[in-house]
Design a protein around this ligand. Structure first.
Ligand SMILES: [Zn+2]
Length: 267
């Protein structure tokens, strides 16, 4: 979703909705970035932070050029009121990016099992359900849907806050190389047996601009930071190397995490 911010002119306003300390690292210089959450972030965050209820946002109508709901809609108790507020505070012709987990996937089940629900109060089971909800309550036009693949980054020891749960022993206590192999195997299994074990959810593009030219899914998703990259981009970034067993590995261009390259995987 970072390319959306690249398209914005200096002074444009961006809302990171339900973000905690931020659902992405930062925005390019010159943008006015506002992070909104009901709970104050434990650490500092880039941009301005507003502590408020997403169902009753303290912003003027049409205040934002771009709204990002990056893995947050599944958490809002008053979902319909929140979606209506999104429609109110987005500028006419503005862009809306939403990413949510598919509640039927293995990844979301593991997440909820590890986190005793993980705060996911809105289980979405199809992309049509999300598109229909937003279109009905805001009138904002749907432009594109991208299927998201899992990285299991919440199981990565680099992302543990405090003492890890005992359940993490099932995942080699969050060892990054184990997760790289495990996620690769899930994709291989899916391709071999036409299952959906490596699927995570969907991202949606709504509004007057910003829809990608191609909504082809990125199967290479970093097991540390969750950033998705096309194979062509990783080739260009130059970080792909031969690894043990005929695999190829790469270091994530965003965070340096170790990953195994997945190639030739169709939908
Ligand atoms: Zn990464």
């Amino acid at each position: 979703m970072l390319h959306l911010m690249e398209e914005l002119a200096a002074g444009s306003r961006v809302l990171d909705l339900g973000a905690g300390a931020g659902s992405f690292p930062g925005a390019k210089a010159g943008l006015c970035l506002v992070r909104l959450d009901l709970q104050a972030p434990a650490a500092g965050c880039s941009g301005s932070y507003v502590r408020a209820d997403a169902a009753r946002m303290p912003f003027a109508p049409g205040a934002f050029d771009l709204i990002i709901g990056n893995h947050s809609l599944e958490h809002f108790c008053e979902l319909e009121a929140t979606v209506r507020e999104i429609g109110r505070v987005l500028k006419p012709g503005g862009a809306l990016y939403v990413a949510v987990p598919d509640a039927t996937t293995l990844t979301d089940r593991i997440y909820r099992w590890m986190g005793r629900g993980g705060g996911h109060v809105n289980p979405f089971r199809s992309p049509e359900e999300v598109v229909g909800l937003i279109a009905r309550l805001t009138g904002i036009e749907h432009r594109a849907t991208r299927e998201l693949y899992s990285s299991l980054s919440f199981l990565n020891a680099h992302n543990f806050v405090g003492r890890p749960q005992k359940k993490t022993i099932l995942f080699a206590r969050g060892n990054e190389r184990f997760l790289a192999v495990f996620t690769w195997l899930l994709r291989w299994w899916d391709r071999r047996f036409a299952t959906r074990l490596s699927r995570y959810g969907w991202s949606f593009y709504f509004g007057g601009w910003g829809a990608p030219e191609s909504a082809e899914p990125w199967v290479n998703v970093c097991v540390r930071c969750g950033s998705g990259h096309s194979e062509a981009f990783l080739q260009k970034a130059g970080g792909i190397r031969p690894a043990l067993g005929g695999w190829r590995s790469y270091r994530c261009p965003a965070c340096g995490g170790f990953n195994l390259l997945v190639t030739g995987m169709s939908r």
